[in-house]
Design a protein around this ligand. Structure first.
Ligand SMILES: Cc1ncc(COP(=O)(O)O)c(C=O)c1O
Length: 452
């Protein structure tokens, strides 16, 4: 904040004569404190004013009021707050690679700035990026798309939202394979749809069967949403399983949203099968979602994309043109470099994730009271806490994953994500997109916490 801006605050006038004597550091702290004080003061005055005047305001949007805060971000911010308060918390909350964005990608962004690539772009993204995406999809999965079938948005999360906004009419049902990424059900509701969760138990490796999918279908069903490999389970549907699920979607004329953002993170040399590659018919009814966040350690750059039939792409592009417009031009040029530049760094990151996965799974299964399946992709492990239910840990009776996550954060100083938000209440999610040192420390603390 500049000195001028600080001085323009009404409650800062008192410092006007003294401010030139303040050291730069003190000035910053003061500005920060004043900012908080100012905001709190404004809020207090506003509340009092509303009360005194007896003002009653109209209800906010019901759609927006129905949206709950992201559980992952909530636990992450609690953990960050505890850290800021001096607690030595180890965080396994948000799923973002702990690697820096590769240098060639950062340089491409800097070059874009200096080359003046800083203006608006078409709503669906620059053609260079859409071409690069089409080429990458073809190289990785063999599917052929033209640039006009690609739509770039501000992160894959945004693509999920826009896809639903463009497919769903009020009351349409969207069938979601669960456990699922928590944004899906919220985004379906924001789009006016009704989420229908089909839950896969651990005994099925957390994968739903075609029979389960078929049983969930009604005349209102419109879309089937799947994430492969999955956040939070890390499980990978194989070719046969996908073919069987897609046969149901074709039979009932469902659109498919296939979120394949973790497709670059598949372990044990397992085959990754992209849904649109199964047949031309399936490709035509599928919106493929992907992005650069996970595979290229670019979570903050906010670039995601879809590949779909041209009609859906056109509708999504129109929708974007009146909502966010295109994502940052600079990020788009960085993403061009990510997708067309050297790919060796990606393979190296994947190897590291695989080593961490092996370590975390082996150790977790050796700890009394908890267990996990070995995930085949992404960078998450679902820890089963069934055996801890009804026990008291850290002064709290454990009735579900939420209780466990809170007790472990407060008394073990480890931040995990409770899986109730993912449709699996007796699990908590670890991410191994964390350093090996932190993973070891987290598991040491788990052992200690469970023994206490
Ligand atoms: C399954 C899944 N899809 C999409 C995303 C969002 O990715 P982005 O950061 O590109 O919005 C995430 C992020 O956690 C995810 O887990």
């Amino acid at each position: 904040m500049t000195e001028k801006a600080i001085l323009s605050r009404p409650n800062m006038k008192v410092y006007q004569n003294n401010i030139s004597f303040l050291s730069k550091k003190f000035e910053k702290i003061l500005a920060f404190l004043q900012e908080i004080k100012y905001n709190i003061a404004v809020l207090r005055c506003y509340t009092i004013w509303v009360k005194v005047k007896g003002i009653s305001m109209k209800e906010l949007s019901r759609v927006a009021l129905g949206v709950s805060a992201s559980a992952t971000l909530a636990i992450d911010s609690t953990a960050k707050q505890m850290k800021a308060d001096g607690y030595d918390v180890v965080g396994f909350g948000t799923g973002e690679p702990d690697f820096p964005t590769p240098e060639n990608i950062c340089k491409a962004a800097v070059n874009a700035i200096y080359e003046g690539k800083t203006k608006y772009t078409p709503a669906a993204g620059i053609v260079e990026l859409r071409r690069a995406i089409a080429q990458r999809i073809q190289a990785d999965d063999g599917e052929v798309y033209t640039p006009d079938q690609i739509v770039v948005a501000s992160g894959a999360k945004h693509n999920v939202f826009v896809s639903l906004m463009c497919l769903v009419n009020p009351g349409d049902e969207v069938v979601i394979a669960a456990p699922y990424w928590l944004t899906y059900s919220e985004a379906v509701e924001m789009a006016g749809g009704v989420p229908v969760l089909v839950k896969a138990p651990e005994s099925q490796d957390f994968k739903i069967t075609p029979e389960q999918l078929e049983a969930a279908i009604t005349e209102k069903s419109k879309v089937f949403m799947i994430n492969n490999p999955s956040n939070p389970t890390g499980m990978l549907y194989n070719r046969q399983e996908l073919e069987a699920l897609m046969a149901v979607c074709t039979k009932y004329d469902l659109y498919v949203i296939s979120d394949e953002i973790y497709h670059g993170l598949v372990y044990d040399n397992a085959e990754f099968v992209s849904i649109p590659s199964l047949s031309e018919e399936i490709k035509n009814r599928t919106i493929l979602i992907d992005g650069v966040s996970k595979s290229y350690a670019m979570t903050g750059w906010r670039i995601g994309y879809t590949a779909s039939n041209p009609e859906i792409a056109r509708v999504m592009s129109n929708y974007l043109s009146h909502s966010t417009g295109a994502p940052s031009t600079i990020s788009q040029w960085a993403a061009v470099e990510a997708l067309t530049g050297p790919q060796e760094g990606i393979a190296a990151m994947k190897d590291v994730f695989e080593q961490r996965r092996n370590y975390i799974v082996e150790r977790m299964n050796a700890i009394e009271g908890v267990s996990c399946r070995k995930p085949q992709g992404a960078f998450y492990v679902m820890m089963n806490i069934d055996k801890l239910l009804g026990k008291t840990l850290g002064g709290r009776v454990i009735n579900n994953g939420d209780d466990f996550a809170m007790a472990f954060l407060e008394h073990g100083l480890v931040a995990l994500v409770p899986c109730s938000a993912f449709g699996a209440p007796n699990y908590v999610r670890w991410t191994y997109a964390a350093s090996m040192e932190n993973i070891k420390e987290g598991l040491d603390r788990l052992e200690k916490f469970l023994k206490a």
